[in-house]
Design a protein around this ligand. Sequence first.
Ligand code: ADP
Length: 302
Amino acid sequence: MTRTLMTIGECMVEMAPGDDGRFAMGFAGDMFNSAWYARQIAGNGLRVAFLSATGDDAVSGEMEHFIRAAGVEPLLSVVPGKSVGLYLISLKDGERSFSYWRSDSAARRLTDGLDRLPGLVSGDWVLVSGITLAILDDDRRARLLGLLHEAKSRGVLVALDPNIRPRLWTDAGEMRRQIMRTAALSDLVLPSFDDEAAHFGDATPEATLARYRAAGAASVVVKNGAGPVMASEGEAPAVTVHPPTIPAVVDTTAAGDAFNGGFLSARLAGASLTDSIQAGCDVAAQVIRARGALVPVKTART
Ligand code: ADP
């Protein structure tokens, strides 16, 4: 049976500097990246869809074409008169920094006109992130949570990557409340320990695991850069998986997004928790060896 993984969020235009000082245009964004990686490594048994909103201009059309060409089904509402967000990467002494133009992007209205999440049935997964929550105003965020509740009532499974970005929120306390509120309705939470330590004050990955489990998430998988991934699910004992050692890390952009794509596509194919974490680590290990958010990857199967 074909299962669906739907991710919800913002895809942006990416302007990345080349060696000659010119910029190359691409498209990326955390939830689209996760869909892109899931699509890369999943077999035919998985339908991967990306739900967002774009404008009605030429670059919005190019984005839709790019998403479709990647094999990801675009579920995009069109907001007349708006466009997509954009970010530009600056390189100084080998360090990358990011500038964003996204405050009025069409994706901020991605819940408008939605009564339910389309095409999802029991056993399918939907993935949202803390960035998805952050770009929506209060009413639209409440609407998204309502859509997730409704999907859950039909047996759809909800996953959250907290992807904590304080600059997208006006208030840090509200940011933490909204992330925990969404975690409480999630079946799976996929945090990265450094973010959680910085913004929730967790002393250890175990503390992150315990906090999201206590909030109500049945499964929690804590990523931790080169450190071990710690996870627990249901009543089973916690598991620890060591990512492979990568001697020459080139660019960790989208490592967590790639992990999510690898993990969820393995989980949807019926893999165990430990094997799904291995799949996530395997995809992320390939991504950090190359520059850019979207890197072609292989699976152990291919
Ligand atoms: P994020 O990109 O969200 O900050 P992390 O930095 O925790 O996420 O990394 C996500 C995953 O990417 C890790 O769980 C691991 O599998 C892989 N990864 C990241 N950095 C390294 C590294 N230096 N060596 C090996 N694997 C890494």
